[in-house]
Design a protein around this ligand. Structure first.
Ligand SMILES: *Cc1c(COP(=O)(O)O)cnc(C)c1O
Length: 409
């Protein structure tokens, strides 16, 4: 049988894995512990056989969601976490040691920047580069370089790294390539297509989509061979060497850090994921229409949106993302508009942090997520004082346009 399309695969995923009574959803399993009828089986599951022991290490419900994410990313396996930050933390902390060198794009989510600062404090050498040009990544290389990290579409600046070229370069150097695919989603581009070793998705955003559950996931694309990676502990050097990294993230990440996704949240995220394609197509259409209209507005100084021809990586976005450009845009207003007064005049858009929701959301960046880091780091990351992050939802486009027009008038 031919491989089914993106949405067909997701909406039939649980059923095809034969849920009891013909149920179409995997049930929410609240059990903390799983009992065994056979002591040998209990030992085998503790020693690596597929199965369940204690819910910190996963439940049938989180496993069903992980299977959907793996299918979306066309990967080899996935581990879910309580949040996107927990997924990132588990990836970095289980795979890197003091003295290792990490090259990261400087255009990243503020909270991820904070996490990288924590890693640096523990002895991981960190170089932040402008990853929109692969040459900057190449120049940062050292013999201790273990990993390159980028966001496929940066939150909130919308920069797009030289994704495929970085993937090829990482392969040639044997460096692990971690791509945070949260803003792109596997619908627009699978991490595997640009050579990622591991793909991180915050499920709280587009994949869940309804603003009612947090979650994160790390997907192994199967492209990286971990046999020469020095930081894999002996117990995880079993089975195929392309799977060792994810095994260590799952075993150590969930055990040592405990950022486990609850079954209830996993169920909500899985239901949300069924409509990712429908929502994302509408969100991208709304965002493009809005970006085009607002870029002509005399009170708008600059729109950062990859769908506009003046975006520095517009061509790259068109090549990689199948003609869709995501739901996030940065808006800078002209100086004589008071940012806070403008925000207070908005009636449809919600003033809230978050993105990838059904509702359109707006947030001033320098005063919120990027406040604590101070003006120098903000300047390095390209966040000006009047930068607004706008996450477009599925509302009727005339209502979004109208709201901006009345608030700018
Ligand atoms: C929101 C976000 C995260 C963190 O996800 P949470 O689920 O909120 O912890 C990580 N990366 C990117 C690009 C994000 O937008």
């Amino acid at each position: 049988m031919a491989k089914n399309g993106f949405t067909t695969t997701i909406v039939h995923s649980d059923r095809r894995a034969s849920v009891e009574h013909g149920a179409i959803h995997k049930p929410m399993h609240p059990s903390s512990e799983y009992a065994f009828a056979d002591a040998r089986e209990l030992a085998a599951v503790f020693q690596g056989k597929a199965g369940f022991t204690y819910a910190r290490q996963g439940t049938p419900t989180t496993t069903a969601l992980e299977s959907k994410i793996t299918q979306m990313e066309d990967g080899a396996g996935t581990v879910s976490f309580a949040t996107g930050m927990a997924a990132l933390a588990a990836t970095f902390f289980t795979l890197l040691k003091a003295g290792d060198h990490l090259i990261s794009s400087k255009h990243i989510f503020g909270n991820t920047n904070s996490l990288l600062g924590t890693l640096a404090g523990l002895g991981v050498e960190l170089t932040l580069v402008d990853a929109t040009d692969v040459r900057n990544v190449e120049q940062a290389w050292r013999p201790e370089t273990r990993m390159v990290f980028v966001e496929a579409l940066a939150n909130p600046g919308t920069q797009i790294p030289d994704l495929a070229a970085i993937g090829e370069w990482c392969k040639s150097k044997g460096v692990v390539y971690v791509v945070d695919n949260t803003l792109v989603t596997p619908l627009l581009c699978q991490g595997k297509a640009v050579g990622a070793s591991l793909v991180v998705n915050s499920l709280s955003k587009h994949i869940g989509g309804h603003g009612n559950a947090l979650g994160g996931a790390v997907t192994d694309t199967g492209l990286y061979d971990w046999s020469d990676y020095p930081n894999i502990a002996e117990p995880y050097r079993t089975a195929k060497s392309t799977s060792w990294g994810l095994t260590q993230i799952k075993k150590k990440g969930l055990r040592d850090m405990g950022g486990t996704l609850a079954s209830e949240a996993a169920h909500r995220l899985a239901v949300g994921a069924e409509t990712l394609s429908l929502r994302m197509n509408k969100i991208c259409a709304n965002a493009l229409a809005l970006a085009q209209a607002l870029s002509q507005h005399p009170r708008v100084a600059k729109i950062h949106y990859p769908g506009l021809p003046d975006h520095p990586q517009h061509q790259r976005a068109t090549q990689l993302f199948g003609g869709l450009y995501g739901g996030l845009m940065g808006i800078e207003l002209v100086d004589d508009v008071d940012l806070f007064d403008f925000l207070n005049r908005l009636k449809v858009l919600a003033l809230a942090t978050h993105l990838g929701d059904n509702r359109s959301l707006v947030l001033p960046m320098a005063h919120t997520i990027y406040y604590e880091m101070g003006p120098e780091t903000r300047a390095l990351m390209g966040i000006s004082d009047n930068f607004l992050r706008v996450s477009i939802g599925i509302e009727d486009i005339q209502d979004l346009l109208g709201d901006f027009q009345q608030a700018l008038a």
